[in-house]
Design a protein around this ligand. Structure first.
Ligand code: ZN
Length: 403
């Protein structure tokens, strides 16, 4: 057997390289960004082969000059709901004139998703993933949750798995209308036949644990769902504490979930739990949702100052945040949640990678995936300084894509 020779590409002309690598020789380690000026990166076979000053770059088969731009680790969007059909722009407009969000509109997306063909759903997901990549995202987690039947949840995950290895079974998104008077029967279905059909296509299981919504799940129901997922070999994620104070954070920490997402309403006790579990459970903040539902933002400062691990992600979904833009999320995190630009960037790269229990992404270091994002600017600060301007884009070294 002859082994195919892989082409090495050297990227030069990098005015500023943010590596997030805490131990990179010669880097500026201020704010944990591991920054190098006038840098080069060699990429081979989809992996980082070398990182250092451009003047010391080894020879490679191909050279790509990025022309004095900044390069950062590709964004890791660890929370999205991309498998859906239909449109809820009218609901958004109603909310902007005072209607409250309680999770009920999800049924609209479920109807449209069930009615779509496989090819229609696949094309919709492909377009959304491409839209993310064009804004600098190189890894995306995709949840099911708009099928809510055995067949429609399984096909949502089968289609999601064509685009990412980070797939999450969210059959426990809401109780579908046809089970409204039979909640316990729906939970039985989720942990029984639906879980069996979905587990082969999923890495994670998630549940919308929200006693403040009549459509979502109680602590006890969430515990049943998560335990069944764990028994089926899936990792745990939780939608918690979005609409009010509740049991989501406590349950996620108790069960060792990799992530508890939203964390908009936290008690002092919740913050303490998250700080104590910072090696295990990441608090994933989704400020695009608070923006799109005109809600108070989560207290990121309090979480960081207490020692909790945080991530930032889009929650791209048809109801509460139809934005796929991590640069938009970063701008909100700095302007509205008082993170520093460095803290925000770290949360959307290293932090979100940690929430997926991944260490091969989020940091530009030898051996990691070559997931690079280039900014049409000389410094990462322009991501915040030039809010709303599309300066971030994922690089595709050697023709390999980052997903
Ligand atoms: Zn979500």
């Amino acid at each position: 057997m002859t082994r195919e020779l892989k082409t090495a590409t050297v990227f030069t002309g990098i005015a500023e390289l943010v590596t997030n690598d805490a131990v990179l020789d010669g880097a500026d380690h201020c704010e944990h960004l591991g920054r190098l000026s006038d840098a080069a990166v060699v990429v081979q076979d989809g992996r980082i082969a070398w990182v250092g000053p451009a003047s010391q770059a080894p020879p490679a088969d191909e050279l790509q000059d990025v022309g004095g731009r900044a390069v950062i680790p590709g964004f890791v969007d660890s929370h999205s709901h991309l498998v859906f059909a239909g449109d809820r722009s009218q609901e958004f407009a109603a909310r902007m004139t005072g209607a409250r969000y309680d999770g009920g509109g999800i049924a609209t997306s479920v109807d449209a998703t069930r009615a779509a063909s496989d090819d229609q759903l696949r094309a919709l997901v492909a377009a959304r993933v491409a839209e993310m990549r064009a804004q600098g995202t190189t890894t995306v987690e995709i949840k099911s949750g708009y099928g809510l039947s055995v067949q429609d949840e399984a096909r949502s995950l089968r289609i999601a798995a064509e685009f990412t290895s980070e797939t999450t079974f969210l059959g426990a998104h809401v109780v579908p209308p046809e089970f409204a008077d039979r909640r316990s029967e729906y939970v039985d279905l989720v942990v029984g036949e639906m879980l069996s059909a979905c587990a082969p296509y999923a890495r994670w299981i998630d549940v919308f644990c929200e006693p403040h919504s009549a459509h979502a799940f109680t602590e006890e129901e969430a515990r049943v769902v998560l335990s069944a997922g764990q028994d089926a070999g899936l990792g745990l994620r939780v939608h918690g504490n979005q609409l009010g104070h509740g049991p989501g954070v406590r349950l996620a920490v108790e069960l060792g979930a990799a992530s508890v997402d939203h964390c908009t309403f936290l008690t002092a006790d919740d913050v303490e739990h998250l700080a104590a579990a910072s090696d295990t459970t990441v608090a994933t903040l989704l400020p695009g949702v608070e923006f799109s539902t005109r809600s108070p933002y989560p207290d990121a400062r309090r979480l960081l100052d207490a020692g909790a691990s945080i991530a930032l992600a889009s929650d791209c979904n048809p109801g509460t945040c139809y934005s796929s833009s991590i640069p938009f999320v970063l701008a909100l995190a700095v302007r509205e949640m008082r993170l520093t630009p460095a803290e925000a960037l770290l949360a959307a790269t290293v932090g979100s990678a940690k929430s997926l229990r991944r260490n091969d992404i989020g940091v530009i270091r030898v051996g990691n995936r070559a997931d690079l994002t280039v900014l049409d600017a000389p410094s990462y600060l322009h991501l915040f300084y030039r809010a709303g301007v599309p300066i971030a884009c994922a690089l595709s070294p050697g023709g390999r894509h980052g997903r």
